[in-house]
Design a protein around this ligand. Structure first.
Ligand code: ADP
Length: 619
């Protein structure tokens, strides 16, 4: 025996701490041990490349094996190995400072604890009751050693007869952690954490289906791609390669809309590929996430705090050794490097969109309906992104034509400026149900935007706030003359008394609906317009729409919807009703009211049924 001793920690016993505090993130032990093996392998390659050793490094790999009988999980590499002195230095003397205090502060944050103490290797004790290191250093004349520790600060170290250079880490899995002796469990962890490591990771032999049975082949089961797309040069990659990589990440997804290859070496190192996904539902958005790697080691897919919220909706991979992984989220957000990285990614995404817009406007327009949600979310939440996106944001009109904001401004500023010099953008949120209103506006020579996206209402508010003397008005929020008020409004030719009487008949028969308020107005809309136009107050409706998106505004959600029946004093049906209050007149009024409710999708249930029955009686 070379010796035994106590591991140099200042807390009495680190092992219970490891077991207790790190329990929730137990599975990362495998990532830590395999990463160490990969590091040792790469160091060996560097040493050979620099001429300090002539060992053969062509076929180096890391192998993982399970021995169910011995209840061990072994991670073997052919890296640089360690001498007894190195074990003493790197494994026995863990540098602790202020340990107790730190543990208290971060007791629920496994990453922080592991990172702070450099406990990568010691995380093995989360699942093992004993860990052996059997290792032979690459150095000439080195002797193989076996270090062994049973989850207490005491360890032993002795000579052993390992012949091959490298290290075997043998974990004697404890009773509560026997799941880590299951092949499936280990296979899935390797898939999760090691899929893109830069050194081949081998787990047993490949299996094949033959004559209805699964048989083991001679071929090594390598689980990783050592050169994933993001580590390669963009000039070496075709569109198919990017799409294939996307499928490797998210096997059941459609092809993405387009990708952005990130590659920075100064002032921080960052590589990665971000994809704009084709989103079919919000479930897709939550299911597939950007994965964060550190030198090809998977770290997490929860990247909040590292990129702005709207970019967390993108898919793909970010790899950066400069993101401090072992700190709490709140610290992360204030870290200067992380801020730089976040800004860089935002800028890069905006540049790529701008480039696509400049290079191929048509292709950009074709993708717009899918891109829109990301871009609107971006401009609503990131001031910096608005400054860039302003130039390529598109809006679409009811005819399906696209405009950027400036183009649209120029298109409508002549005709759609009201008497006070305000520019009025008319919009519809549903082409079918607002058809009549859209037609009325178009017949008047106005253009109507289609704003039917989830974030269009807040987006509209944003554009209004950013532009001077511009407001958006939904086509059904008022009669056409009032949507864009001009000087020459026609006046109603009925006397005061006639108007009062006519309104009275309608008011008596107004429908009663939950959380809905109606009133009656009278306007001269011309003989060819409809007899009644039902309008919904823009302000009240917009506040209600916003309240659905922002929990703090629920007060507005409680307010009633406000509709107006605007009677067209020029229409023959309305004129006929002047001065009449008998049963026949009332029946007509009822029918007119219901017809306008019906054409706005507001006639439902019993009221609809009554209307239909009444209508049959007319025949
Ligand atoms: P870290 O990897 O963060 O330095 P670890 O506790 O995981 O901390 O490892 C401590 C040290 O032990 C490593 O830096 C390395 O020098 C050595 N080591 C661990 N695993 C191996 C291995 N498989 N081969 C060679 N050296 C290793």
């Amino acid at each position: 025996m070379l010796g035994s001793g106590k591991i140099g920690v200042t807390t009495d016993n680190i092992f219970p701490v490891i077991k207790k505090f790190l329990y929730s993130d137990q599975e990362i032990f495998l990532r830590e041990i395999v990463s160490n093996a990969v590091d040792a392998t790469q160091k060996m390659k560097t040493i050979v490349a620099s001429g300090q050793s002539s060992a053969d490094t062509d076929d180096l790999r890391v192998s993982i094996s399970i021995d169910k009988e011995a209840k061990t999980l072994t991670i073997s590499d052919q890296g640089i190995g360690m001498t007894a002195e190195e074990i003493d230095k790197y494994i026995n003397q863990i540098a602790f400072s202020g340990a107790g205090e730190f543990l208290e502060k971060y007791q629920n944050d496994a990453h922080a604890i592991i990172g702070h103490f450099g406990l990568g290797f010691y995380s093995a004790f989360m699942v093992a009751k004993q860990v052996d290191i059997i290792t032979l250093s690459y150095q000439e004349g080195a002797e193989a050693v076996k270090w062994s520790c049973q989850g207490s600060p005491e360890f032993t170290i002795e000579a052993c007869d390992k012949k091959q250079r490298g290290t075997d880490i043998v974990l004697h899995i404890d009773e509560e952690s026997e799941e880590y002796l299951q092949e499936d469990r280990i296979a899935s962890l390797l898939q999760k954490y090691c899929k893109f490591l830069p050194v081949p990771i081998v787990f047993g032999k490949k299996k094949e289906w033959k004559d209805g049975k699964e048989v083991t082949t001679e071929e090594d089961n390598q689980i990783n791609d050592i050169q994933p797309a993001w580590t390669r040069k963009p000039s070496d990659l075709q569109e198919e390669d990017y799409n294939k990589f996307y499928k490797d990440l998210y096997p059941f997804s459609d092809d993405p809309l387009f990708h952005i290859h990130l590659n920075v070496d100064y002032p921080f190192t960052l590589t990665g590929i971000l994809y704009f996904p084709k989103v079919k539902s919000s479930i897709d958005l939550q299911k597939n996430k950007i994965q964060l790697y550190c030198n090809q080691v998977f770290v997490t897919d929860s990247i909040e705090g590292i990129v702005p919220p709207f970019l967390t909706l993108l898919h793909g991979v970010i790899d950066s050794p400069d993101i401090p992984l072992n700190v709490s989220r709140s610290y992360l957000q204030s870290d200067a490097n992380v801020k730089k990285i976040s800004n860089h990614i935002t800028k890069k995404v905006a540049d790529s969109l701008q480039k696509l817009y400049n290079d191929d406007r048509k292709a950009f327009e074709e993708k717009w309906d899918d891109l829109k949600i990301f871009i609107e979310y971006g401009v609503l939440t990131e001031e910096k992104f608005w400054d860039r996106a302003e130039k390529f944001i598109l809006i679409k009109n009811s005819e399906g034509n696209f405009f950027n904001l400036e183009e649209y401004h120029n298109l409508v500023s002549g005709n759609q400026t009201d008497k006070d010099g305000n520019l009025v953008y008319l919009y519809a949120t549903d082409k079918d149900s607002q058809y009549t209103y859209i037609e009325t506006a178009r017949n008047k020579g106005y253009d109507v935007l289609l704003m039917d996206g989830e974030l269009d209402v807040p987006f509209i508010q944003q554009v209004e706030a950013k532009s001077e003397k511009t407001r958006f008005v939904r086509v059904d929020s008022d009669i056409i003359e009032n949507l864009i008020p001009k000087e020459d409004k026609a006046s109603v030719s009925l006397s005061e008394d006639e108007q009062k009487q006519l309104k009275g008949v309608f008011e008596k028969l107004l429908p009663l609906m939950d959380k809905t308020r109606f009133d009656i107005q009278l306007e001269a809309l011309g003989q060819d317009s409809l007899p009644i136009v039902l309008t919904q107050n823009e302000f009240m409706r917009r506040m209600q729409d916003m309240s659905k998106l922002q929990p703090g505004m629920s007060f507005y959600g409680e307010m009633p919807a406000a509709y107006s029946f605007v009677l067209n004093a020029d229409h023959r049906l309305i004129k006929d009703l002047v001065g009449k209050e008998d049963e026949a007149a009332e029946a007509k009024v009822k029918q007119l009211i219901d017809l306008s409710l019906l054409s706005n999708g507001l006639l439902k249930g019993e009221a609809l049924n009554n209307f239909i029955r009444r209508s049959y009686d007319l025949f």
